[in-house]
Write a protein that binds this ligand. Structure first.
Ligand code: NDP
Length: 332
């Protein structure tokens, strides 16, 4: 079976040569273990950080070793109580066709309730990130004006929609193409959206949110964060979720140069790690599944076919090739 190894640590943007698709034997499960045939692999922005040899909140990928990440698949052999052949599971051994793991590291998911790939997106880690960031970290209140960057992506598309469903009075998003901007307004119900490549973010945001914003959900950092600090109203809150604009930078980012505005405006800027919010999982799953069922939440995926294209899918994600969640579907 095939698996992806980290072949080299990228300087700046990753290239296909940084990844190697390698043939490896499939290991039969030992006591307490399961063997899973993966059906979908997740590619996520945080994996770019793991390609660097630096200490962070997730350990780096090892050079010449198999990479990992979220995956969903079916049990094909089991030596673990409670796991039967055919069960659908979510686990952390992605970037490969077959995974052998301790059953304690897998979570059974309901394949009847939703397509399996949803557990990597709207019903999984990115969904909980959006939900926890907006409700637990920002403390969204009815009537808040909300701005989210990376708004057409997995997390951002849900942030905007959850804000609307929870009573935000205005939802504004930014994304990197005219098509994505149209999707935000037409499909996701944003009140306004703009293409950050069309001009200075500060000016575009001021036009889109003439009465300012109360909550900023930051997926991008850099110029976006600086623009949001200008636009935030007194007692505004910014959720620092990601800074994708700088993940491939080779020098330290500038700014935000206007951070001192946070004093007079009494702003709160707070970092978010989704893993701190596991206690929200049951409420999150119930509420989001309900919105999906009744059609009030729109969910897009960009599906790349074939394990051999996982590296391309990942690089494509960093370049904005996705609308909604980027996933890799493995051949049956
Ligand atoms: P997305 O689905 O949003 O995909 C990444 C998107 O980033 C691309 O589609 C692209 O869209 C956009 N992008 C790339 N470069 C830039 C740039 N220079 N400026 C602005 N936008 C850019 O990914 P996710 O939803 O999975 O993740 C979104 C963010 O949330 C990331 O920063 C990620 O690291 C973070 N995150 C953090 C978590 C946490 O616990 N803190 C958990 C999960 C995600 P476009 O075409 O619009 O440029």
């Amino acid at each position: 079976a095939r698996e992806w190894h980290l072949a080299a640590r990228p300087q700046g943007w990753p290239t296909p040569a940084d990844f190697a698709l390698v043939e490896a034997p499939v290991r039969q499960p030992g006591p307490g273990q399961i063997l899973v045939r993966n059906e979908y692999l997740s590619v996520d922005p945080y994996m770019r950080g793991r390609m660097n040899d630096v200490k962070s909140y997730v350990p780096p990928f090892a050079l010449g070793e198999v990479m990992d990440g979220g995956a969903v698949g079916r049990v094909v052999a089991s030596q673990a109580e409670g796991f039967a052949v055919g069960d659908a599971v979510l686990h952390g051994l992605g970037w490969r066709e077959y995974a052998t793991l301790d059953a304690g590291h897998a979570v059974k998911v309901d394949a009847e309730a939703a397509p399996l790939s949803y557990y990597l997106g709207v019903l999984g880690m990115p969904g909980l990130t959006a939900y926890a960031g907006l409700l637990a970290v920002a403390g969204l209140k009815e009537g808040d004006r909300v701005f989210v960057s990376g708004a057409a992506g997995a997390v951002g598309s849900l942030v905007g929609q959850i804000a609307r469903l929870k009573g935000a009075s205005r939802v504004v998003g930014s994304a990197g193409s005219a098509e994505k901007v149209a999707t935000l307004v037409d499909d996701y119900g944003f009140d306004a959206a703009f293409n950050y490549k069309d001009g200075p973010v500060r000016e575009q945001l001021e036009k889109a949110a003439p009465e300012g914003i109360d909550v900023y959900f930051d997926n991008v950092g850099g110029e976006h964060l600086e623009a949001a600090i200008w636009a935030l109203n007194v007692h505004g809150r910014a959720v620092l979720c990601g800074a994708i604009a700088q993940y491939n930078d080779t020098s330290a980012p500038a700014g935000p140069r206007n951070l001192a505005l946070a004093i007079g405006k009494r702003l709160r800027l707070e970092g978010l790690l989704v893993r701190d919010h596991a206690e929200l999982q049951p409420r999150f799953t119930a509420e989001v599944a309900g919105w999906l069922r009744d059609g009030s939440l729109h969910y897009d995926e960009t599906v790349v076919d074939g394990v051999e294209h996982a590296a391309d899918a990942f690089i494509g994600l960093l370049r904005g090739g996705n609308t909604g969640k980027m996933v890799v579907r493995l051949a049956p």
